[in-house]
Design a protein around this ligand. Structure first.
Ligand code: NAD
Length: 500
């Protein structure tokens, strides 16, 4: 079995080619011919070389996107535009069994999870095609018999999408689907640590036959390619998902051009388990919520607040789960936690584990396999306190800090005592308390008696330092379109006659 898997990695490595940029319907090298290396999270060996886009390439891509917007794409009938969107969805679905292993190979995310992510990526396109067809509607305001005022939604122009590595294909499509379906053209700057499926997305869109320049991919580093996209005067909006620090830098860099920003940023989300909760279900949700996606999940429940009367049995069971979780090869079907994306991120998480000890936590870890992969065992931090850095800062790995509480008021205060406000989870059978605590938590999203289950119609986004704006459902229209109000006089109403 082990040999078979090693062979699978070797085979994948042989299949993966060097990657070019995708600009104006062509796969091209970077203007300055520079490349960067992409490595495997499982072996830390180089997988392939990737064209390193910089300002000149961003300029080319934005130029192509601007022309496409003014040209064929901008003139298409909505039904013809949406036919392309459905075609992309179909092509993704046809290739799930090939895209999912590629994503796992590149990111270390377990194959059982990337299969779901890729399937969701296809759904992102279908969902937004349906949303645009049925819900992208204006409003009419009748003012007596004098005026009819009405709103329309117009595409904004060239959309800049900047994405992270933690669920790359899914997050790229989560932005791309509404951006294209509403009629914009796009330049995508994917994360430099996970370029493979972004390139596959370009190949799929190329196959779907979208007019040249509608979709462009410029690989490269954030400080160069990303920053050039943000600063480009012809890019009307930037949809960004990534770290809070990067988000704030991007806002500063785009300020001179008064860019429109959507910011999906970091998190340090609480899970609160009251004494009357269904403990087994809460435990299932808690372990899944922190250890799925290798813990590299923005909405991960990385802070556990457990009521003191049920803390002991809950923690004991959590410890057992941690030991049982299979950490291993991301291409193996029963792996639950794979290696972290990159050596640099692995070192960051390792440093947090060291810090946890220094801050006085008891660090309880599960098992990792041998080898050179960036493996971090599922880890529980006991005796944590809210004032510790490991409780305040986003670790973005399979690490959960546990704390006990006595009453509702106290736990609300503890849960809100961080700068982040992305998600939250409350477990109780008391319906009144469930709603009360849910509403008191300062987060963009909150689940009661559930793990993170997404309904794509609902708003997605964070409060406080976790984000600005909401994507998802019709909320995406507010970001990806310009709402124009048209005022029409229905009769000869009074007009002041200055200087007559
Ligand atoms: P990151 O901020 O390091 O990078 C994200 C993207 O921004 C990359 O493509 C990067 O190249 C680019 N970038 C970096 N500096 C830039 C600059 N100066 N100008 C323009 N672009 C720049 O984030 P990451 O490490 O890739 O991702 C992990 C982070 O993403 C975590 O904080 C996580 O919580 C967050 N995240 C948030 C959500 C959400 O929906 N709120 C979802 C997923 C991930």
């Amino acid at each position: 079995m082990a040999k078979q898997l090693a062979d699978q990695h070797t085979k994948m490595k042989q299949q993966v080619k060097d990657i070019q940029l995708y600009i104006d319907g062509q796969f091209v090298d970077a203007e300055h011919n520079r490349v960067f290396e992409n490595s495997s999270p499982f072996t830390n060996e180089t997988i392939n070389k990737v064209a390193m886009g910089e300002q000149a390439d961003i300029d080319k891509a934005v130029h192509a996107a601007k022309n496409a917007f003014k040209g064929e794409w901008g003139k298409l009938k909505v039904k013809d535009r949406l036919a392309y969107i459905y075609k992309i969805a179909d092509l993704i679905d046809e290739h799930i069994d090939e895209i999912a292993p590629l994503e796992s190979f590149d990111t270390g995310l377990p194959i059982s999870q990337t299969k779901k992510m890729v399937s969701r990526a296809a759904y992102n396109f279908r969902f937004y095609a349906e949303m645009v067809a049925t819900r992208m509607v204006g409003e009419a305001y009748q003012v007596d018999d004098e005026f009819l005022n009405y709103t329309i939604h117009k595409p904004v122009g060239v959309a800049g999408l900047i994405t992270p590595w933690n669920a790359p294909f899914m997050l790229e499509t989560w932005k791309l689907a509404p951006a294209l379906a509403t009629g914009n053209t796009v330049v995508l700057k994917p994360a430099e640590w996970s370029p493979l499926t972004a390139n596959r997305l370009a190949e799929i869109i190329d196959k779907a036959g979208l007019p040249n320049g509608v979709f462009n991919v410029v690989h490269g580093y954030g400080e160069t390619a990303g920053a050039s996209l943000v600063a480009h005067p012809d890019v009307a909006l930037i949809s960004f998902t990534g770290e809070t620090k990067t988000g704030s830098e991007i806002i500063k860099n785009g300020a001179d051009w008064l860019k429109r920003f959507s910011m999906e940023l970091g998190g340090k989300s609480p899970i609160i388990v009251f004494e009357d909760a269904d403990i087994e279900r809460a435990l299932d949700a808690c372990t899944w919520g922190i250890f799925s996606f290798n813990g590299e999940r923005c909405t991960a429940n990385s802070r556990l607040y457990i009521h003191e009367t049920v803390a002991e049995p809950f923690i004991e069971k959590l410890k057992q789960r941690i030991v049982n979780i299979k950490v291993g090869d991301p291409l193996e079907s029963d792996t639950l936690v794979g290696p972290l994306i990159h050596k640099e991120h692995y070192t960051n998480v390792k440093n947090y584990l060291k810090l946890a000890e220094e801050e006085g936590c008891e660090v309880i870890s599960g098992n990792i396999p041998p080898g050179n992969g960036n493996f971090i065992a599922p880890t529980l931090l006991l005796h944590a306190r809210n004032d510790m850095r490991v409780v305040q800062e986003e670790i973005f790995g399979p690490v959960i800090a546990a704390m006990t509480f006595t009453d509702e008021e106290e736990v609300i205060e503890l849960a809100n005592d961080v700068r982040y406000g992305l998600a939250g989870y409350v477990w109780t059978k008391d319906i009144q308390r469930g709603h009360r605590v849910a509403q008191a938590i300062e987060s963009g999203m909150l689940w009661v008696n559930s793990q993170n289950v997404r309904d794509l119609r609902t708003p997605f986004g964070g409060a406080k330092h976790s984000g600005i704006g909401r994507e998802g459902g019709h909320y995406a229209f507010e970001f990806y379109t310009e709402t124009q109000i048209i005022h029409v006089a229905l009769k000869d109403h009074y007009i002041p006659q200055f200087g007559k």
